[in-house]
Structure formats: C-alpha cells, structure tokens
Design a protein around this ligand. Structure first.
Ligand code: GLU
Length: 452
C-alpha cells in the first residue's frame, strides 16, 4: 500500500529533479512546490494518480515557443523583444490563458503562470486547458502607434501556434482591450479568417463578452464573500485593502462598493493611495483607464479624504479583508504578520501568486481565511470560456446573464474547494482544496487519454 509518507518522498524527489532541469526559474519552482506539497494525500488515496509519469507529465509543458519580436518606435529605432507562449496542458480543452507584457517577463514567469492556469481552468469546470504567454515589452510610456506595431509583430509569429480549437490567448498584465484589438486585427489579416474564438477579451461590438473586463475582480470579491459566509459574516460594512490599480483592482473595488464594503486603498509601482471615504471608482477609472496615468494623480484630484504614500505598502493599513490584485510575491511574510496583527479576517488573491509561501502559511496558521488565486481569481478565465461559447454560437449574452453565470461558477468553485479540503482532512484550507480539486480533474482526463 502507498502511504502519504511514500508519496511525500516521491513528490520531494520530483521537485528536486524539476528544479535541476529548469534552472534559474524561481517563480516556476515556487508554483510547482506550492502544488506538490499539497498532493500527497490524494496520491495516497488514489494510487492510479501515483502512477509513475503522471505528475511528471503534468509539470512538463506540452510545448514552449520562444520567438523574436522586432518592432520600430516612433523615431524609427528598432527594438528587439522576446515573445513566449507556453502551451502547458490540453487534456481538458484548448490551451487557455493570458498574455503578459511587462519588463519582468521571462520563461520562468510564463511557466509559473501557465502551470497555475492548468489548475485554475480545471476548477472552472469548463473545457479549457492551460497556457500562458507574453513578452518583456514594456507598454508604459509607449504611444498607441508603437503598441500597435509591437502587437502586429508579436502576432506575426504567434498566429501559427494559436487557433480557436488549439490555443486561445487573452489579456493579463499590460494586455487589455487595446492590445487585444491590435492582436486580433493582425491575426485576421494574416489568416484571412473571422475566427472570433481565437482570442478573448475582445471589444463588445466585435465578439467580446459582456462582463469580461469586470470578471476577475468581481469573481474575487464573490469568493472572499463566500469565505466570510462560512464564518457567519459577509462583506457589508467591512473595510478592505486592495493593491494594484489595473483591471483586476478596479473591478474588485467596484464590486466591494456594490456589496456595501469600504475599499480604502489602491496602488501602483510608485506607491499607494489611501482614501478614508473609500476609493471613488469612477475617478480611478478616469485616471488609470482613460488617461493611463499614475495613481498619485487620483490623490491630487480626490481632495482631502485621500493621500498618496510614495513607496509604501498597502498592507500597513488596518482592514477586515485584503485583496492583493497587483502581481506575484507582492505580499510577504512580514506583510502577512502586519495584516494579522491588525485583525484581518480574509485574504483573497486577485493576482496570480501574490502571497509568498511564507505569507500563506502564516495567514493560515493565524486562522485567516485564505483564498488562493487559482480559485479566487478564476472568474476572469471562466468568462473568457463563456466568451468562446458565445463566439462558437455566434451570439451575445446580456450582461445580466453573464453575471449570473459568473456568480454560479464562483459559488461552485468555492464549494468544490471547501468540500475537497474537508474530504482530505484539511477543513477550511482552500489551498489544499483548490490544488487537489484542480489536480483530480486534470489527472482523470490525462489518465483516460493515455501516455501522451
Ligand atoms: N490572465 C487571466 C488569468 O490569469 C485570464 C486568462 C484568460 O482569460 O484566458 O487567469
């Protein structure tokens, strides 16, 4: 009989081997470690999954594409960026996951994101595999024309690897509606196909889904509320700290306000804003989405209730709920200790892997409800899958319908994680619940489909 101890030893050996074969990819190592350390109980209980090769295959991308992206700036100077698409796992459906344009992007970052995406997408219950892509291109301070030329060059290579039944990219950090528009235009031009389902996050007028821009933030707030409900509370009247000021943060703040909570903060790489009256989401949208400005501008225009704190960390502001919505490893163990000291009740990840492993363990040990991104921020990719469904049917659902579907999916994900954690002797541990539930669904499909 296989025991938990045997499987733990097997998983530890696998982790060491993965680290050896994938040097200099710390974020990928971290993402793999965080999953493998929770799988021993399921491998012991279901020996068919402990079959040699299954977890190894899951940790090795099916395909990795790296390419040159040359483009010219407005003065005619040539720049050379690097493009990536990691097609991680297609057991459940076409590879699905966003594109990130940010100077920090490298192969290890894209692999961590692609690996997370496999489990996240499985948790949605929809037919989507896991993938991720992007570039070390920095869109900040670039003109629309420069961004367009970059996107066109990027798609000139990427188009041969994607397709509505093959691989369906979307947005992530640095890739929003503008970039998806330029990417889609170039794909359509090169392929001579109106293939709406090849990208998600499109504009409403040309195949995009209602509620897609809102979905990640809205979904995370619904997940946080579901965790609070387990403890006999809800979001009404609760204070919240939110980091970031991109798409996820903006719609997190909007949903918090709609549910009667008080979002106090938002941030960007220069610092954070604290607004005693609660963030004015319309002003934030104007500054960030329309003007593409810095959040210090928000504080200048908001008046006496708000101030900008350069270089500070939002986690120092006392609040009932924390929703990290910026980027990976933005909430460390020290931040977690500060949150606990200030009485935080729930932390729910809007970004991918924003809490470091030390922070996650500290929060869980302190009894704080912790929602891992794989579950809590799955609303974005879930509505992307609904966008694909609408594209296939050549139809468009109403905002009310999509929002209702999103709420149902988030409730199901919460229930699945909660039940799975309880089934594997880890009640209330959403990390274990999310990893095992996502793993079970992918592993069953991989086993059924043979060694490929
Ligand atoms: N980038 C988002 C995520 O991290 C969305 C991906 C998608 O919609 O395909 O899940």
């Amino acid at each position: 009989m296989t025991t938990r101890h045997d499987t733990t030893t097997q998983l530890d050996a696998l982790r060491v081997e993965i680290e050896r074969r994938n040097p200099a990819q710390p974020e990928f190592h971290q993402a793999v470690h965080e999953v493998l350390e929770t799988l021993a109980p399921v491998l012991a209980a279901r020996p068919e999954f402990a079959e040699p090769g299954l977890v190894e295959r899951l940790c090795e991308p099916e395909r990795q594409v790296i390419f040159r992206v040359p483009w010219q700036d407005d003065r005619g100077r040539v720049h050379v960026n690097r493009g990536f698409r990691v097609e991680f796992n297609s057991a459940l459906g076409p590879y699905k996951g966003g594109l990130r344009f940010h100077p920090s992007v490298n192969l290890g970052v894209i692999k961590f994101l692609g690996f997370e995406q496999i489990f996240k997408n499985a948790l949605t219950g929809l037919g989507i595999g896991g993938g991720k892509g992007g570039s070390d291109f920095d869109p900040h301070g670039r003109s629309d024309a420069e961004v367009m030329r970059f996107c066109q060059s990027f798609m000139t290579e990427l188009h041969r690897h994607i397709g509505e039944h093959t691989d369906v990219p979307a947005g992530d950090i640095g890739v929003g509606g503008r970039e998806i528009g330029y990417l889609f235009g170039q794909y359509r031009r090169i392929t001579n196909r109106w293939e709406a389902g090849v990208l998600t996050g499109k504009g409403r007028g040309w195949g995009g889904s209602a509620i897609r821009p809102e979905a990640t933030g809205y979904g995370n707030v619904l997940f946080a509320e579901a965790m609070l409900r387990e403890r006999g509370e809800d979001l009404e009247g609760q204070t919240a700290v939110v980091s970031g000021s991109g798409n996820v943060a903006i719609y997190t703040i909007e949903k918090l306000l709609a549910l009667g909570a008080n979002p106090l903060t938002c941030s960007d790489s220069s610092g954070y804003v604290i607004d005693d009256k609660g963030i004015d989401v319309d002003l934030l949208k104007q500054v960030k989405e329309v003007e593409r400005g810095r959040i210090s501008e928000y504080a200048l225009r908001r008046g006496a209730s708000a101030r900008f704190v350069p270089d500070g960390r939002v986690w120092e502001i006392p609040a009932d709920v924390a929703l990290p919505s910026a980027t990976q490893n933005e909430l460390n163990e020290t931040d977690a200790a500060t949150l606990v000291r200030n009485g935080v009740k729930a932390v729910s990840e809007g970004a991918n892997m924003p809490a470091t492993p030390g922070a996650v363990h500290l929060l869980q040990q302190a009894g704080v409800a912790f929602g891992p991104g794989k579950a809590a921020n799955a609303g974005g990719v879930a509505v992307s899958a609904l966008e694909m469904a609408q594209n296939h049917a050549r139809t468009a659902w109403s905002p009310a319908r999509v929002e209702e579907e999103l709420a149902g999916i988030m409730a199901d994900i919460h229930a699945t994680c909660h039940e799975t954690a309880a089934r594997y002797d880890a009640p209330g541990d959403y990390v274990t619940g999310a990893n095992i539930a996502g793993f079970e669904r992918v592993a069953e499909a991989m086993l059924a489909q043979g060694v490929i």
